[in-house]
Design a protein. Structure first.
Length: 184
């Protein structure tokens, strides 16, 4: 939609990152790729991976996330903040973030609170439980955001007053002017 936009895709699992890079190259290399986890600090983190699976859909930096899963292995991965990504790519503003990090969403937001409060980016975010939803709501409280519970079928998405775990888990969180611009 915007040929001048900087798009950065971040993936910490090396075998999935390799597939991401391949897909990006097939589509013109416009998206920048970074192999790292995103959190509230810079350094390394322990990712709880399922290395036996070719394509994992549910790994996390949260040790309790998949603690009953068979074959879970701790793997050390590079860790960055969203603010680090801005610096790396010499970007000055964040317009949109998609955050799907299996109950680590609040930590991602804490890693760039100053930028979050300044830019008030639109968020597409997965909320898998009410505790994470409450943490996210607290972090973005007072910033004028509207919440829309999104699924794969319904348009327009249902606006809600609070963030909670929902049957489809995903929310669009945006400013009123963004909501109006997309017909909400």
């Amino acid at each position: 939609m915007n040929p001048d936009a900087l798009v950065v895709a971040v993936e910490p699992v090396s075998r999935i990152f390799d597939k991401l890079k391949e897909n990006v190259s097939l589509n013109g290399d416009r998206t920048k790729t970074v192999r790292a986890a995103i959190s509230e600090y810079t350094g390394t983190a322990i990712l709880f991976d399922l290395p036996e699976e070719e394509h994992v859909l549910s790994v996390s930096l949260e040790p309790d996330w998949n603690k009953n899963g068979k074959g879970i292995q701790p793997v050390e991965v590079p860790c960055l903040t969203v603010a680090d990504l801005l610096a790396r790519f010499d970007a000055t503003k964040v317009d949109l973030l998609k955050i799907d990090v299996e109950t680590h969403e609040a930590a991602v937001l804490r890693g760039f609170l100053e930028v979050l409060r300044r830019d008030k980016p639109t968020l597409l975010i997965e909320l898998l439980n009410d505790n994470v939803a409450a943490e996210v709501a607290q972090l973005i409280g007072g910033l004028g955001y509207l919440y829309f519970n999104i699924d794969d079928v319904t348009w327009p998405p249902l606006q809600t007053k609070t963030l909670t775990k929902s049957s489809h888990f995903n929310f669009l969180i945006c400013q009123p002017e963004v909501a109006r611009s997309i017909g909400l």
